[in-house]
Design a protein around this ligand. Structure first.
Ligand code: 13P
Length: 257
């Protein structure tokens, strides 16, 4: 982390977990136990149907509510889909775009991800753009090239002004849900390389102030070492964010001096 230049953001990604009733219980507990967080921002990305309950309870707290996906069109005949404006209207502030599960199971291409980034930005949302290599790419030594390509494709046409609202999450696919966390050095190396790509695309000032999170089996025990890396500015947390106590511990860690 480097708090001088950028925000530390701890975000939970619940994926397809928890009903609205369970969300209420979690949000009340989180709100009640939240430490005075001056040094990091907190985001909870919940399933669409849980958004109203989460927003209602977390309204006057330091926790912003996020979504996990959106459709890139403003409206239209897209059965089952949700637009950026619908999310913004519910007081959603963040939206995860390009998660590897969406890329893999729902066939999201780089072009679609780029359209979703624009839709989020146009609606005033802050996209959390996920990038990350699979094990084969890591073994072949092409991780940095691959991530550089993913970033350039997803951010095509995004202005410097808009870039101030974009958060990047480095999520190596082999680390997601496996308990196989990247080492702090591995996470630090790729997050630094991501900042290098942003520097080329947007210049030093924007690169320096962009929040770059790490995600992939981050939990209450490994968060401290990961967050100590200069270029790791927070976490995108799956499994450990389903448990209030674990999520709170990670927040405490990020909030430390
Ligand atoms: P886990 O923390 O369960 O590995 O999930 C990470 C993730 O995919 C967050 O988006």
């Amino acid at each position: 982390m480097n708090r001088k230049y950028r925000k530390t953001i701890i975000a939970g990604n619940w994926k397809m977990h928890k009903t609205a009733s369970q969300t209420k219980v979690f949000a009340e507990r989180l709100k009640g136990a939240l430490p005075r967080v001056k040094r990091c921002s907190i985001v909870l990305c919940v399933p669409y149907v849980d958004i109203p309950a989460a927003v209602k309870i977390l309204k006057d707290s330091r926790v912003a509510v996020g979504a996990q996906n959106l459709h890139w069109e403003a409206s239209g005949p897209f059965t089952g889909e949700i637009s950026a404006a619908m999310l913004a209207d519910l007081d959603v502030k963040y939206v995860i775009i390009g998660h590897s599960e969406r890329r893999e199971y729902f066939g999201e291409s780089d072009l679609i991800i780029n359209k979703k980034i624009h839709a989020a930005l146009n609606a005033g949302l802050r996209p959390i753009l996920c990038v990350g290599e699979d094990l084969e790419q890591r073994d072949l030594g092409v991780t940095l090239e691959f991530i550089s390509y993913q970033l350039k494709a997803a951010l095509a046409g995004v202005s410097s002004e808009e870039m101030r609202r974009v958060v990047i999450a480095y999520e190596p696919i082999w680390a997601i849900g496996t308990g196989n966390t990247a080492t702090p050095e591995q996470a630090g190396e790729v997050c630094a390389a991501i900042r290098g790509v942003l520097r080329k695309l947007y210049g030093a000032r924007i690169a320096r102030s962009t929040t770059i999170q790490y995600g992939g089996s981050m939990n209450e025990t490994n968060a401290e070492a990961l967050l100590r890396q200069e270029d790791v500015d927070g976490g995108l947390i799956g499994t450990a964010a389903l448990d209030t106590e674990k999520f709170l511990q990670i927040i405490q860690t990020a909030n430390q001096d």
